[in-house]
Design a protein around this ligand. Structure first.
Ligand SMILES: [Zn+2]
Length: 184
């Protein structure tokens, strides 16, 4: 079973994040490679005309100078600026925010995650005062879950609701890739 498209939206429905299946698959592969340590990278993409959706068109792996711990991840910067310059030069893609992986744990953002996103929000080189953050938790080869947040400038981390096809699992359900319930 392949990965699935993930869509998240703020409770006030003013802003959403869309990560299509290919990008989710790429993310899960990067998580799988990291084993029992955290990993992550950045989310690239564009905004809709009304600026109400951020559409992820690419995800990066961890830069070489990133620090991976069992319960922490510090995204490095090595090589990132060159890549970002190239992408900004294309005028079609932008830095949208960050993603990281909580191995075999909840995808809930920690206090440190919030602090880090605040720093990225203040980082003028990233040109993104309101970055998003996607966290993948669980087992990338089995039962995984994803949560998304947006950092609102001068405020705090705002959890986004998961817009699933299964209304009962709205925002909470773990969506396994390989153990999908079979249709009978
Ligand atoms: Zn985290």
């Amino acid at each position: 079973m392949s990965a699935m498209t993930l869509r998240f939206r703020t409770p006030d429905v003013k802003f959403g994040l869309s990560v299509d299946e290919t990008m989710v698959e790429k993310t899960l592969k990067l998580c799988g490679k990291a084993g029992n340590t955290e990993t992550g990278g950045i989310l690239l993409g564009h905004y809709t005309k009304r600026h109400d959706w951020a559409i992820v068109t690419d995800v990066s792996g961890p830069p070489d100078d990133s620090k991976h711990g069992r319960t922490s991840f510090y995204r490095g910067i090595k090589g990132l600026q060159i890549w970002l310059n190239y992408i900004w030069g294309s005028k079609r893609h932008y830095y949208l925010g960050e993603w990281h992986y909580h191995p075999f744990a909840s995808a809930e953002a920690s206090f440190v995650d919030e602090m880090q996103l605040r720093e990225h929000s203040d980082n003028r080189l990233l040109l993104c005062p309101e970055p998003v953050m996607m966290i993948v938790g669980g087992n990338p080869n089995g039962a995984w879950e994803a949560k998304a947040y947006v950092f609102q400038k001068g405020s705090k981390l705002l959890p986004m609701d998961y817009l699933g096809t299964d209304a009962a699992g709205y925002g909470k359900k773990i969506y396994p890739i390989h153990n999908y319930p079979k249709k009978r």
